[in-house]
Design a protein around this ligand. Structure first.
Ligand code: CO8
Length: 387
């Protein structure tokens, strides 16, 4: 155990967010490519099942369109960890090679790429970090934790664990890091979000085939005493809320082996009541942010930047309108959906990664996620002097 790892760290000053990293896969799938593949699949299905459809025993598969996708969501393209297989109408899912147990797992590898960038941004070496949290929507196995594998790969001592909170896994993990530093059980925490969503997307479903993309983000939270980052932020407050809802669901789980349910059944993949989610989550997220700002003694007009969850462009416009009385500008509330699509918990942190260095000392912003659970998580942060 390194000297840096102690259970009684005394933290007297602020807790800061001191570095962020982003890794994106090299494969891109445009709406057009996705729609061509889906429509070819749907048309073949409708021909092959014409008699049953005519007899009312099966439903016609409706066609998708790029125009609908962009208008309804703001998504133009997405990154795919593995593109092979997704557009093959005989497969419609990525062909990801299984890795031997002696090799680094897929998610640990994605996570390490982003983690190294965050460490570089925060000017932190492995021996200065004493905990790793992996927060994401799915982990590719139950144990050992992906966080412990990343910890080992990067040469970090201390401890690591995984936590799953769907779209709010990243903000909730940053909040746990903040609390650990505040409690003195760690003084520098690496949070990693290897969002490998494509294996859980139903590419045969017109209503959801376009929503998700793959990416990894990472962030460093630490006690201000140890911070030597050029761009760092005081964390002024954190807030989390969860309200149970069945409107966004994946029933994938270890119990299937015992229930004899089909492990590849459609309910085991991501599915949602998108319209209901839109209607219910927007007011919840707006109220959550308003309350959080009030708890920090702030109002919406004090914010320079909104790093909002990236599920739907219209959702973000509506939420900012509820808060500001007008739609936020692209500079105030950056949108990365067009390039990345919905990347589960990583969305708000991609926006942060790409749009924070222009802020000046004293500028305040909010990182906020909202999604399955329902879960909403936020951090209000203030830029420190640029060193
Ligand atoms: N092409 C053409 N037409 C379509 C398509 C399509 N691809 N899809 C739907 N339509 C049609 C519908 O059938 C409907 O037709 P009609 O009016 O004749 O009935 C019409 O278009 C309008 O449909 P909707 O009302 O459903 O369209 P919306 O405007 O609501 O847009 C959205 C659909 C984009 C899904 C929107 O409702 C939305 O974004 N809702 C919010 C969803 C959300 O935020 N969900 C969170 C999910 S992410 C999360 O929580 C993390 C989960 C963990 C990660 C999972 C990784 C796999």
């Amino acid at each position: 155990m390194g000297e840096n790892y102690m259970f009684e760290v005394v933290v007297t000053g602020n807790i800061v967010l001191s570095g962020a990293g982003l890794w994106k896969p090299s494969h891109i799938i445009t709406n057009e490519e996705l729609v061509i593949a889906y429509n070819a699949f749907a048309e073949r299905y409708n021909v092959e099942n014409a008699q049953e459809i005519e007899a009312g025993e099966k439903e016609t598969k409706p066609l998708s369109s790029s125009e609908f996708i962009e208008k309804a969501s703001g998504i133009k393209a997405r990154y795919a960890y593995v593109k092979d297989g997704i557009l093959d109408i005989d497969r419609m899912r990525p062909r990801i090679p299984e890795r031997d147990e002696s090799l680094l797992s897929h998610q640990a590898e994605m996570g390490c790429f982003a983690a190294r960038k965050a460490m570089e941004e925060a000017n932190k070496k492995a021996n200065e970090i004493d905990a790793v949290i992996v927060g994401c929507a799915y982990t590719e196995r139950s144990y050992p934790a992906i966080a412990i594998e990343i910890q080992n790969e990067l040469g970090i001592e201390g401890f690591g664990f995984d936590m799953l909170v769907a779209c709010s896994a990243a903000t909730f993990a940053l909040q746990r890091a903040y609390e650990m530093i505040k409690a003195g059980t760690a003084k520098c925490v690496l949070v990693v979000n290897p969002e490998l969503t494509s294996p859980q997307v139903n590419y045969k479903d017109r209503d959801s085939h376009f929503i998700f993309g793959d990416v990894a983000t990472a962030t460093i939270d630490e006690a201000e005493e140890g911070c030597s980052s050029k761009h760092s932020y005081d964390i002024l407050g954190t807030k989390a809320v969860t309200v149970y809802s069945n409107n966004i669901r994946s029933n994938f789980g270890y119990i299937t082996y015992a229930t004899d349910a089909d492990p590849y059944g459609l309910d085991k993949l991501f599915h949602q009541q998108g319209r209901s989610v839109f209607k219910e989550v927007c007011p919840m997220a707006a109220q959550h942010i308003k309350d959080h700002l009030a708890e920090c003694g702030l109002v919406a007009d004090d914010m320079t930047r909104w790093w909002l969850h990236q599920a739907n462009l219209n959702m973000n416009l509506l939420i900012s309108k509820k808060l500001l009385g007008r739609s936020a500008t692209a500079e105030e509330a950056p949108i990365v959906l067009d390039e990345f699509a919905n990347t589960a918990s990583a969305g708000s942190l991609i926006a942060f990664n790409l749009h924070h260095k222009d802020l000046v000392e004293g500028d305040i912003g909010v990182i906020c996620s909202f999604g399955a659970g329902y879960s909403i998580g936020s951090l209000v942060i203030r830029k420190r002097a640029i060193s």
